[in-house]
Design a protein around this ligand. Sequence first.
Ligand SMILES: Nc1ncnc2c1ncn2[C@@H]1O[C@H](COP(=O)(O)OP(=O)(O)OP(=O)(O)O)[C@@H](O)[C@H]1O
Ligand SMILES: [Mg+2]
Length: 375
Amino acid sequence: MVNHITDRTALEHIITNMIDTVTESKEEIVRITENSANEYSLIQTELKELTQKIEFHIQESERLDLLVKAAKNKLVQVSKKFHIHSEQEIREAYELANQMQLERFLIQKEEMASQQRRNDLERRLLSLQDTMERADRLVSRVSVVLNFLRDDLQQEYSDMMKKQEMAISVFEAAERERRHLAREMHDGPAQSLAHILIRADLIEKTFDRRGKEEAFAELHELKRLIRGALVDVRRLIYDLRPMSLDDLGFLPTLERYLHQTEEYTAIKTRLNYRGNRARLSEKLEINVFRLVQEAVQNAIKHSKTTEIIVNVEQALDVIHIHVRDHGVGFVPSMIGQESFGIVGMRERIDLVDGSINIDSEIGKGTVVRMSIPIL
Ligand SMILES: Nc1ncnc2c1ncn2[C@@H]1O[C@H](COP(=O)(O)OP(=O)(O)OP(=O)(O)O)[C@@H](O)[C@H]1O
Ligand SMILES: [Mg+2]
């Protein structure tokens, strides 16, 4: 049990750690995507500015082309008619042509640099786009993993735990049952037999010492003890498994059981049955019978009632059972850990997917209501 709890916390710890790590990774990827998106929009702005700059450079360079052409023409004309133009004019035409060419060269150089930068930026944009798309895909995959860890795995895990707990309580219930039977055997038939043996010894002695009459009286008492022991043994066999359950089914067995209860106790019983009398599955018959048996036993043992009423209503898909007494009643929320009857009933009800409600009030008696699906 201790190991079971340790394993459980260790496993829960591992799952929580996995969830934390995957959540962190997801956040990291989201951060990368955000950074990429920021860089993407910065580059887009820069690209826009760059395109405008390049356009300006192109216009500028076209304008300078014209100017260079004009300056060159002028230079050609001035040089051809150098006898009309002064040396000063020729030098100025030459310098203007030079100047224009230099300016055009500079603007073209700038334009080339801008083009180069634009190509780089466009490449970077493509790679960023690729990164963002990959990150997006990764985030959705990681989300699937997270959902699996958070919901599916947790659900799977808690189902597994429930099954394990149920298996453990079935074993514990079987163990309790054995302990209970051992106690009953010890207190009932075993003691009666020991008593009978002593009495049998006594008969021999009585016959020798006090004669036939008194020995017969002893024999009579012995028979009474043997009958009592037989009743005990029969009751125990019944507790182990009422044989009529397999042969006759739940309802006749319940009728017999209540009849016997009247015989062994001073309590009257009443069975009201409504609905169809179709037999239940083997698993249900024993479980439903045990549930009613425990409720009836509790009424016999604890309620001080004079009458126990059992109502059974069997529909096609569900069977409803009420066990009612008008005895002393109790507070169901106050029952301690050492009471296994009601705990066992709840475990059994879980096994058959049914529901149970125990309604009790001090001085007013108790009703145990159970509904069990029978399909
Ligand atoms: N019909 C009832 N009337 C009065 N008290 C009841 C009734 N049913 C249960 N109780 C109270 O609830 C307690 C718990 O019942 P439960 O069946 O779990 O244990 P138990 O009968 O004492 O022992 P066990 O069933 O293990 O032999 C009882 O001890 C009793 O005090
Ligand atoms: Mg009980």
